[in-house]
Design a protein around this ligand. Structure first.
Ligand SMILES: CC(C)(COP(=O)(O)OP(=O)(O)OC[C@H]1O[C@@H](n2cnc3c(N)ncnc32)[C@H](O)[C@@H]1OP(=O)(O)O)[C@@H](O)C(=O)NCCC(=O)NCCS
Length: 172
């Protein structure tokens, strides 16, 4: 199974979200082996990921998601996606609706705290509602210690609904 590709590009004055492709494994591997990045995404349990794991994760997620690389001035700095909701607890709460989730990671840490995460969430959210006609868009399983992620979603208009003790992006 390969990445499910698409041809959507989303941009504003600061960043571009371009399609993730099978040529992006080097940067995805690097970001997913940067310990502080991994800590916020996965918690303490995962300390490294090899290429096979990385490929399996993104290829699998892409089957139900539009996966993007975040670029700033042409430089790839992170990834994000808009995915069909995969968490039973949320699907049960909102039956017969189109629920999506946004996940993101800025892998180049010097780009943290510059408003880019907030911008990426805004772009994906507007795309989800305006172009994909989603009924709900969520940010899921944000760890309670991940204040930057909580704040970025909140600045983009999201409300915090419940505190999670652990981080996990692939649950469900
Ligand atoms: C989470 C992440 C996407 C946020 O993107 P970002 O570009 O760094 O965040 P922004 O600059 O848009 O906004 C972050 C806000 O949180 C604040 N913040 C950052 N670090 C903080 C901290 N440790 N404690 C409290 N607030 C913090 C910033 O000051 C900013 O708020 P402000 O504009 O009111 O000052 C990014 O930091 C990242 O990729 N982290 C690693 C992976 C990750 O956590 N992914 C999300 C998993 S749910």
């Amino acid at each position: 199974m390969e990445l499910r590709l698409h041809d959507i590009t989303l941009k504003n004055q600061t960043i571009t979200l371009r399609p993730m492709t099978e040529n992006d494994w080097d940067i995805l591997l690097k970001w997913n082996n940067t310990s502080q990045v991994l800590y916020y995404v996965e918690g303490d349990d995962v300390t490294s990921r090899d290429l096979d794991e990385i490929q399996a994760i993104y290829r699998s997620i892409s089957q139900a998601a539009l996966c993007f690389i975040i670029e700033s001035s042409g430089k790839p700095i992170g990834e994000c996606w808009l995915q069909k909701m995969n968490l039973e607890r949320i699907l049960q709460k909102y039956p017969n609706t189109d629920c999506r989730r946004i996940d993101l990671m800025i892998g180049e840490m010097e780009f943290w705290g510059r408003g880019i995460g907030t911008e990426a969430i805004r772009l994906l959210t507007a795309f989800g509602f305006d172009q994909e006609h989603a009924d709900y868009v969520f940010g899921c399983d944000v760890a309670d210690y991940n204040l930057a992620s909580q704040k970025a979603f909140q600045k983009a208009g999201y409300q915090l609904s419940k505190k999670n003790r652990t981080a996990a992006r692939d649950e469900g």
